[in-house]
Design a binder for this molecule. Sequence first.
Ligand SMILES: NC(=O)c1ccc[n+]([C@@H]2O[C@H](COP(=O)([O-])OP(=O)(O)OC[C@H]3O[C@@H](n4cnc5c(N)ncnc54)[C@H](OP(=O)(O)O)[C@@H]3O)[C@@H](O)[C@H]2O)c1
Ligand SMILES: CC(C)=CCC[C@@H](C)[C@H]1CC[C@H]2C3=C(CC[C@]12C)[C@@]1(C)CC[C@H](O)C(C)(C)[C@@H]1CC3
Length: 643
Amino acid sequence: MGNSHQSRFSTDIHIPYGTQQASQERSVTMPATKYQTGDTVMGRWPGSSLYYEVKVLRFDTRSHLYTVIYKDGTELELREQDIKTASGFQTRSRSRSRSRSPGRRRSRSRSPARTTRRSSSRTAAAVAAAAITESAPSTRRDIKLKDTLEVRLTQEDTKAAENNSNNKHEKKEENNTASKVNESEAKVEAEPVKNRYNLRRRKDDGDAKPAESQPEQPEDKEATVAAAPASTSLDFGGKIGAYFWLLFLPAWVLFVILQVNLEDPSLANFPPQLPPLEAFWDAQALGFVILWILFQALLHVLPVGKLSEGMPLRSGERLKYRTNGLFAIVASAAAVAAAVYQGVDLTYIHSRFLQLATATLLISVLLSIYLYTRSRYAPSDQLALGGNSGNLVYDFFKGRELNPRIKSFDLKFFCEMRPGLIGWCLINFAMALAEMKNQGLDAPSYAMILVNLFQLLYVVDGLWNEEAILTTMDLMHDGFGFMLAFGDLVWVPFTYTLQAYYLVGHPNPLSLPAVAAIVILKLAGFYIFRKSNSEKNAFRRNPSDPKLSHLKTIPTATGKSLLVSGWWGVVRHPNYLGDLIMALAWSLPCGFNHLLPWYYMIYFIILLVHRDSRDMSDCRRKYGSAWDKYCRTVPYRIIPRVY
Ligand SMILES: NC(=O)c1ccc[n+]([C@@H]2O[C@H](COP(=O)([O-])OP(=O)(O)OC[C@H]3O[C@@H](n4cnc5c(N)ncnc54)[C@H](OP(=O)(O)O)[C@@H]3O)[C@@H](O)[C@H]2O)c1
Ligand SMILES: CC(C)=CCC[C@@H](C)[C@H]1CC[C@H]2C3=C(CC[C@]12C)[C@@]1(C)CC[C@H](O)C(C)(C)[C@@H]1CC3
């Protein structure tokens, strides 16, 4: 048991050689500090109120952090206030029961500060080292650590725990692999303290698992970009892949736009006839795109709607986001209606589609250059884990800074949720008008109505539940660079609208039963998508939400738990399943004459399968053996019994 935890830590926590070396160089001599190299003291375990016996290895004069080693070999950097002398502690219970009996695992505590912890949720250090309790004056309160440990909190800890447990109810564990534990979240949230810990790989770990080991960023605010750890395992085909995607993705957008204009947009017509270069450019189109983005930015900053908190960053900080997406789409619809009323011809969007796409591409490239440049000056703790390879092209593509902001204006959040997403609906609507104009119809076709309504529902739902985006991979883990800037601004509005564009020139009459069947499919997909996303979002926001009390969870060493029942017990990505079913319902109205309207479905399968595998490795890295356990309990990734 101890070994498995130890090896998990040893592969999870990685710090590149250069940084280790720098840290060692900085701490050759121990200045006059409270604790000295070799001292045996008590170190607080990150995100918890538990203290374990540790040995001081060194002191970093620059960051003022002590590097300590726990009994299981885990090295951490701790601040002085997280270290105490052993004399102030007393062992309440050193014996650790190996029993798995449910009765023994049940917490008897009823105090709000009391929580339960399943033994398997313990951190490596928790398992390997004996947990010790601190003797304290009467203001301290007991916390029961399952049946094995009892820890007394300091006054400060108690306050934090109480604050956090105000709206948390206790969950009882079940005698099941998927047991419920809520204590760990309470503890993590109890300590939104900046710059406290820095997990480090043990030096003797070598590159035991190079493919999966991702660096943990040092949380040293003063660290310069040069001190930021390098990304070792690169996805998207690594450096060569980044060159490829940088060229391929824009070319593909322009290609499909040229294709959809053809009478017979079949792959047999490859390569398409290229229009002269000047056909791609229209300054007026650029002007409209800029206006649209500025208009969306204005709506975003208006003090309308809720200020939502993002997930805790590595520093413990939680950023605030103005989640007024629904207001933005309603205001945009009103503005568009007013413009149409004033005589603006929206079919311009159809006739100038290529030029609008080129202009937006230009903006996304400029934005990406800006993002890359500013990331060079960003503190290393604000960089994403994956976009810091040191290779300019790869980092430019993948994105370095996690949450680039201009004052409180969050560029990634804005781009992901506003101009492209709302632009997608605007373009679809323009295509419906173009269809009526081109085909001399009094009303859009059934197929066009379905595509418009389905995708509008998808976008409105995304904006309605805007807060949920804060728990997605992009917002929590990915840096903001070309991939997302281009994806959000160009890819979404100019390729997700291809079905509507296709229908303008390629009518596909639908019978009413066909319409009904497609609607049912869409609603089924939507139901799965929404329910599963909401379940995870609610759980991540408040793991003790009474509405989720029936769900089983697996604790992890990070303090977060994983859902293993409900939607997330069916497959590992139920939200992708719902999304894919919806994608099918978006393509079906276009019929089977051409592959082009099925492009979204094909792309989406590739995207989600890739995202799923990316997420699997990220979660494996984050949660180690708990993740393996989850995968064993929920063996299928997206489609039950198939994949
Ligand atoms: N239309 C499009 O183009 C498009 C493209 C991509 C995605 N999407 C949709 O966007 C939504 C978000 O997708 P996403 O890719 O960001 O992935 P996601 O499934 O929302 O997020 C994955 C994260 O959820 C957490 N998680 C995983 N398993 C869990 C479990 N059992 N219990 C609790 N938490 C768990 C993990 O993060 P933590 O543990 O760190 O919290 C994991 O990293 C999905 O509905 C997807 O279909 C749409
Ligand atoms: C450049 C390429 C090929 C990929 C970039 C991917 C990017 C387009 C997607 C990554 C995450 C996606 C996403 C939505 C839109 C497309 C992405 C940005 C989403 C905003 C669509 C609306 C949904 O309701 C959602 C759940 C909020 C989606 C979140 C993820």
